[in-house]
Design a protein. Structure first.
Length: 164
């Protein structure tokens, strides 16, 4: 089952890269908005925390061994956290920068906060998908490699038979 291990490593590397990109872009936005209330930056702080947790767990679970597949519930939880961060950021950006999925006018020059926020949203979604696929792969691997447990059978001794 080396194919599953190779796919798992590729997914972990993608998760690590996407989380690092989100952490960097979102951290730059948080740094630029110094002095704002933590209440108003709550969505971005949550996204930064999720990105930090994703970086930590992606590094820890990057090492290839069969035990890395049993973490599929945590992968599913982190995927849900990424989807929540994605939804919070999409709700926050609203129509201020045009449609969230309208990528016209995005450029690499300058420090346009709209393009930076749209990139953060896109990479948060990509990270959520990678964590979800990793959870599905882990669930598949665990289901395939665990032997079904036979029910315990108890034999009653008949009362009329002796041990002798």
């Amino acid at each position: 089952m080396a194919f599953a291990e190779i796919i798992s490593i590729i997914l972990r590397l993608a998760e690590l890269a996407f989380a690092a990109i989100v952490a960097g872009l979102n951290g730059d936005y948080l740094h630029a908005s110094k002095g704002a209330s933590a209440w108003h930056l709550g969505r971005h702080i949550y996204t930064e925390v999720v990105a930090g947790l994703a970086i930590i767990f992606a590094i820890i679970w990057l090492f290839p061994f069969s035990g890395s597949f049993i973490h599929w519930p945590a992968d599913l939880l982190i995927s849900a956290m990424w989807f929540v961060a994605f939804g919070l950021l999409v709700d926050w950006i609203g129509d201020n920068c045009g449609s969230v999925f309208d990528w016209d006018g995005i450029s690499f020059r300058g420090t346009g906060s709209c393009s930076q926020l749209k990139a953060t949203i896109a990479f948060a979604f990509l990270s959520a998908i990678c964590w979800l696929v990793s959870a599905i792969l882990g669930l598949y691997w665990v289901r395939r490699h665990t032997a079904p447990v036979a029910p315990a059978t108890y034999h009653r001794r008949r009362w009329y038979r002796s041990r002798v």
